[in-house]
Design a protein around this ligand. Sequence first.
Ligand SMILES: NC(=O)c1ccc[n+]([C@@H]2O[C@H](COP(=O)([O-])OP(=O)(O)OC[C@H]3O[C@@H](n4cnc5c(N)ncnc54)[C@H](OP(=O)(O)O)[C@@H]3O)[C@@H](O)[C@H]2O)c1
Length: 252
Amino acid sequence: MTAPRLAGRRYLVTGASHDSDIGLAICQRLAGEGAQLVLMGRRPEMLEATRQTLAGQGHELAPFDLYQTDDIVPQLQALAQAAPFDGVVHSASFQGYSPLKTASARQVDQYMGLNFAAAVMLGRAMSHAKVARPGAGLVFIGSTAALMGLKGRTLYAASKAALASATQSMALELAPKGIRVNFVAPAVVEGRRAREQFAMLGEAQTEALRAQHPLGLGRPEDVAAAVAFLLSEDARWITGTVLPVDGGFSAG
Ligand SMILES: NC(=O)c1ccc[n+]([C@@H]2O[C@H](COP(=O)([O-])OP(=O)(O)OC[C@H]3O[C@@H](n4cnc5c(N)ncnc54)[C@H](OP(=O)(O)O)[C@@H]3O)[C@@H](O)[C@H]2O)c1
């Protein structure tokens, strides 16, 4: 019998709290493939709730606020003392609508701080030999919002687009260390966030949004499957990419 694809590997997953849609699915998929996880989010009880659902043993909790940007590198160095990481998945993000007529500098900081600056600092931490093993992978959970204009979502979209751009530069800089960097761009997946979005949009706009997904809305598990692939040896020659996982949303 072949060993599970991620057996013996150690990954940090941000946005791992139990009430996330995609973060939870990523944790369950990676653990199901044999990985040992360090779960990051702000609420320890929600991280513990995720841990209770995971296959395997030895998953750790790392309660931490990623807006503490200057502390991210020392935090990862401390976590890597137990063992260096085989990768990081940055799923935590600041989401929402920010119409231009009410957009504020504080909102710019909220979107850019978590969605972009924290990601850059996670990449910086992974450039340290004691933090990341050669062959390690970084996967940023972006959004199709990075690829196109969206009314009312200027700040969210721009923060994800900045991260998509950074993915390419970081991939070039980390390649000599054998570290790969990729960006997954989901469209709308079924779950709590989608329900919130539909409640705000109303029936007609919701139907229009659904119709923009030729294969229908996705499931958090569809995104998790792409993440597991990108972290695995099967993706050893893939870096610097933006991978839409969107049921055809960005094809139209
Ligand atoms: N859901 C969708 O339809 C969809 C579509 C496209 C892209 N995406 C992207 O997919 C990713 C996951 O989305 P999701 O909807 O599953 O996530 P979510 O429900 O918004 O969960 C966000 C997670 O991030 C954590 N978090 C928030 N602020 C944090 C901070 N300052 N420090 C540390 N952790 C923090 C939260 O836990 P705590 O509150 O415990 O910290 C939570 O677990 C995001 O990057 C999102 O942009 C989602």
